[in-house]
Ligand binder design. Sequence first.
Ligand SMILES: *Cc1c(COP(=O)(O)O)cnc(C)c1O
Length: 379
Amino acid sequence: MDEMTDRVEDEPLMLTPGPATLSMRVKRAMLHDYASSEEKMLATIAFCRKYLLDLCNGQGTHTVVPIVGSGTSGTEATIGSFVPENGKLLIHTNGVYGDRLIEVARKIRTPYASFRTAPYTPPTAQQFEDALTADPAITHVMVVHCETSTGIFNPIEAIAEVCRRMGKSLLIDAVASFGAFELDAKKLAYDAVVCSANKGLQAPPGLAFIVAKKAALEEAKGNAHSLTLDLWDQNQHLDRTGMFRFTPATHLLLGMAEALREHAEEGGLPARQERFRRSWRRLVDGMRQMGFRTLLEDDVASPIVATFHDPPDPNYSFKKLYDGMKQRGFIIFPGRLAAANTFRIACIGVVTEHDIGRALDALADTLREMGVTQMGRTD
Ligand SMILES: *Cc1c(COP(=O)(O)O)cnc(C)c1O
């Protein structure tokens, strides 16, 4: 066991943007069997809902609806539950996860319009205003907070301000950022924020949580396209009985609750963000020193994941880099279509600045073994 982070040492450390490496403590918390209606299970669910609500300052105005499934189940439940048949959703995209929202809307036949902006620069409030002015039928806007395919942060406050001014409901995919970045329910006044267990919250994958404005959720009765993904129904059942409608992911909920206690003990949101920032700074500085180029300028990048251009060296292949890093104890991620010829290294999970230092050494070692000397920087 690694003393500092209490994890199994011979398992590679995942430097991937979800699922994230869990602490041994979170894994151990799952070694128990409980029936759905047992007191311990009800208390666990209530604790998770309250913790997440407090985390985004949602007391009174909002409620937290947990569902079984990955982050995409959360976005699908949100689109299906909140946008009524006679409504219309405007989806912004500048990457893979924005594209996925469009795919969800198309698949479940939600009326929608979409607009795309450049992947390397954040959209402006004016672009949202123009899109909304062009189509008065739009009732809801959905946007990704941290677009994990590149790491870019979209300007959520400015977008929320446009929605408020123009009377549109705001839905946010904050799957990557929730728990490490502020998404204040009162300030942003969103109808819904989607988060999942397995990214910044460092809990096991398989649960999604939707922070929903109570008034909007009341109005959402009967909207849902799906039985299992009906947030209104799941919420009223939880409020009445404390239980999921169908079998809850009992072990995952135990892991989630432990991960949230860990989050609190670390110092809550500010401390989590600070750790990610320190790791990310070390990573980006170290990679630049080696000669790598980042996809994004630092001022628009989130410290959740960093994207690097592939070295132009003919000896480079991502497969060899991946294998070499895995042999040395680290899992890294390929780039996505939004940014071809790149690879990504993430800072979430039980990862410290010290681990990033070791990963940089492993990377330098792997590149040496591959015979890669040109990393792409020409200055
Ligand atoms: C990870 C992620 C999702 C959800 O992906 P799943 O594969 O369903 O877990 C959605 N949006 C963003 C921004 C993400 O980072």
